[in-house]
Design a protein around this ligand. Structure first.
Ligand code: ZN
Length: 329
C-alpha cells in the first residue's frame, strides 16, 4: 500500500533494503574494479541519508543449491564451490577472481532478491533494493563470466514464477554492459521479457537490436544498443520509443531491475554519459510500469558501477526514488 504525501508527485512507498557485510568479503584480486569498496561506499552513502532509517531492513538467507539450480547446472554450482574452497585464483575466466569467501558472498547475492520478494508477496514492503556483490547478469548456466558467479536476477525471475505464482516477469537491465547470461536464460521463454539498454559495441559483444529471442520467446527480448558517447537524451528516447511501450504491451506481474550504475558519465568501464539524476528518472519510469501492471511490485538488484563516488550518489538517488523521497542534491 502506498500513501501520497503533500508534495505533488511524491508517493511514499515502503522500500525494503537487503545488504550483508559478507558480500564485502568477496575479493576478486588486487586492482580488480569489482572491489569490496563498492559496497562499502554505497552503504555509507545510504546511511548518511536522512531517510535511511525509513527503509525496511530485510535479512538475506544465502541461496541454497536447489535455488541456484533454477538457472545453473549442478556442475556449475559444484565448480564454483570447489574453486572458492580451494582458493583458486579465478573461476572459468580471469576476470571472475575468487577467494575462500566468494561462494558464500555469491549465495547471499543470489538470495537477496528472494528475501525481498517474500516481503513483497507478504505485503510488508512495496518494493526493494539489494545492495549486493558479486553482480550476476553475465553469468551463464554453465559458466562464470564478467565478474559474475551466479545470475542473481535470472534466479529471482525463476523463483517468482515457480514459488510465488507470478506469470509474467519483466527484467529491465540498464547496466552499461549487455546481460548476456540473463538474455540466454530467457531467450526461448515468453513469460520473461528481457529489456536492455547498453553500450554497443562493448563487452561482452552481444546485444544487437536484431537479437529478439528465439522460438516461443521470439519478441520477448528487447535490446537497445547505444553507441559510446550516448547520454540522458538518447536513453530517454529509447525508453519512450521502445522500452516503455514493450513493457506496457507485456503487462508484467513484477518488474525486476538489473541496476548497474556503470553507464554513469564518471564510470571508468563505460563510455555512456548518464547523469546521477537520470537514474532517478529511469527509476520513476520503472515504478510507473510496476504501478500500472504489477501492483507496484519492483525489485532492484545492484549489478555494476565502478566509480565509487558516482556509484554512491546514483544508488542514493535510485533508492530515494524507490521510496518516494526527495533525492539528495
Ligand atoms: Zn556492467
Amino acid at each position: 500500500m502506498t500513501t501520497t504525501c503533500a508534495r505533488e508527485l511524491c508517493t511514499k512507498r515502503r522500500t525494503g533494503f537487503a545488504a550483508d557485510r559478507q558480500c564485502a568479503l568477496h575479493r576478486p584480486g588486487p586492482g580488480h574494479p569489482e572491489r569490496p569498496e563498492r559496497l562499502e561506499s554505497a552503504l555509507a552513502g545510504l546511511r548518511a541519508q536522512p531517510w535511511f532509517d525509513e527503509l525496511v531492513t530485510v535479512a538475506i538467507t544465502p541461496a541454497d543449491r536447489e535455488t541456484l539450480e533454477t538457472v545453473h547446472s549442478p556442475r556449475h554450482v559444484n565448480r564454483a564451490r570447489e574453486a572458492c574452497e580451494s582458493e583458486a585464483a579465478y573461476l572459468d575466466v580471469p576476470d571472475v577472481g575468487v577467494c575462500a569467501d566468494s561462494f558464500e558472498a555469491a549465495r547471499l547475492a543470489a538470495g537477496a532478491g528472494l528475501a525481498l520478494a517474500e516481503k513483497i508477496i507478504a505485503g510488508e514492503i512495496d518494493n526493494g533494493f539489494a545492495l549486493v556483490r558479486p553482480p550476476g547478469h553475465h553469468a551463464e548456466r554453465e559458466m562464470a563470466l564478467g565478474f559474475c558467479l551466479f545470475n542473481n536476477v535470472a534466479i529471482l525471475a525463476r523463483v517468482l514464477r515457480s514459488r510465488h505464482g507470478l506469470e509474467k516477469i519483466a527484467i529491465l537491465d540498464w547496466d552499461v554492459h549487455y546481460g548476456n547470461g540473463t538474455a540466454h536464460a530467457f531467450e526461448r521463454d515468453p513469460s520473461v521479457l528481457y529489456l536492455s539498454l547498453h553500450q554497443y559495441p562493448h563487452y561482452p559483444g552481444t546485444g544487437a537490436a536484431s537479437e529478439t529471442g528465439e522460438g516461443p520467446g521470439l519478441g520477448a527480448t528487447v535490446n537497445c544498443p547505444l553507441p559510446a558517447g550516448s547520454g540522458n537524451e538518447d536513453y530517454e528516447r529509447a525508453f519512450r520509443e521502445r522500452v516503455l511501450p514493450a513493457m506496457d504491451r507485456f503487462a508484467p506481474d513484477a518488474v525486476l531491475l538489473s541496476a548497474g550504475f556503470d553507464a554513469h558519465r564518471a564510470d571508468p568501464l563505460g563510455d555512456i554519459r548518464l547523469s546521477t539524476e537520470f537514474y532517478g528518472w529511469m527509476t520513476e519510469r520503472a515504478l510507473e510500469v510496476a504501478d500500472r501492471h504489477a501492483e507496484g511490485r519492483l525489485i532492484s538488484l545492484l549489478e555494476g558501477g565502478y566509480d565509487l563516488a558516482a556509484l554512491a550518489d546514483s544508488v542514493g538517488t535510485h533508492v530515494a526514488t524507490l521510496s518516494g523521497v526527495e533525492p539528495a542534491k
